[in-house]
Design a protein around this ligand. Structure first.
Ligand code: KIV
Ligand code: NA
Length: 267
């Protein structure tokens, strides 16, 4: 059970596709690791799928630290990447290093942050501090207010060039990998061929070095999943049916059964 390292991930480019999924808690992390996932992402999507927030903007460092530590406690084989939440890395390089350091101390093996060339100083500072960084380009949900919502990226020539430039700058700054979100497949393909580090895509086509999904989407738990997600199970109906059955058995006195309780004396 040797752990997956950042170096292992880099070496997978061009040889083996990288499978990444989010997990935010101990039980789920154990299960996805058992299934053989390469990277567990403790994404700031936790704010939406676990905490019911409308966007990832209100997600705090404290929330991320709580979830990263519960995932890390499983001591998974997979690499654990922790998302840096909104405003934990944009204010200054010092803030970025301190906050990334806290995620590492909570058990992350690497951090992920959203943005491109404008963040190359931050990426360099983190790498200098010994913190592996995963980039995140294309659709960057923490900037959705600036971009004008969860829009497809890389369709116009201007956006295509910006995404390519961001990818090159991130590689130069020292990222070990980068997520490309909701970007035209041909642009993601171009980035993948252009950079030496693995690209991990979501909603950006099949030409990347890996794929990532939010676990709630993968398991069919999300009520309104994004169009690029695939549900590999229908856990919503499994859960509702199981709980319905429980309600029925409690109402009818079927549960608990003899094996579920005890008496103080022999009956
Ligand atoms: O927070 C998240 O789940 C993510 C993935 C969608 C890449 O950043
Ligand atoms: Na995220």
């Amino acid at each position: 059970n040797t752990r997956v390292t950042v170096r292992d991930i880099v070496k997978m480019k061009g040889k083996e596709k990288i499978a990444m999924v989010t997990a935010y808690d101990y039980t789920t992390a154990k299960l996805v690791d058992q299934a053989g996932i390469d990277i567990i992402l403790v994404g700031d999507s936790v704010g939406m799928v676990v905490h019911g927030l409308d966007t990832t903007i209100p997600v705090t460092m404290d929330m991320m630290l709580l979830h990263v530590s519960s995932v890390a406690r499983t001591r998974p084989r997979a690499l654990v990447v922790g998302d840096m939440p909104f405003l934990s890395y944009e204010t200054s390089i010092e803030d970025a290093v301190r906050h990334a350091g806290l995620l590492m101390k909570a058990g992350a093996d690497a951090v992920k942050l959203e943005g491109g060339s404008e963040l190359s100083d931050v990426v360099k500072a983190l790498v200098r501090a010994g913190i592996p960084v995963m980039g995140h380009i294309g659709l960057t949900p923490q900037r959705s207010f600036l971009i004008g919502g969860y829009r497809k990226r890389g369709v116009s020539e201007r956006e295509r060039e910006k995404i390519l430039e961001d990818a090159r700058e991130l590689e130069r700054a020292g990222v070990f990998s980068m997520v490309i979100e909701y970007t035209a497949a041909d642009v993601a393909d171009e980035v993948t061929r252009e950079v030496g580090v693995p690209t991990i895509c979501i909603g950006s086509g099949p030409f990347c070095d890996g794929q990532v999904l939010v676990i709630h989407d993968l398991l069919g738990l999300t009520e309104n999943p994004p169009p690029f997600a695939k549900a590999y199970a229908d856990l919503r109906s499994i859960i509702v049916n199981a709980v319905k059955e429980y309600v029925r058995e409690v109402k009818n006195g079927v549960f608990p059964e003899e094996k579920h309780y005890f008496y103080s004396k022999k009956q």
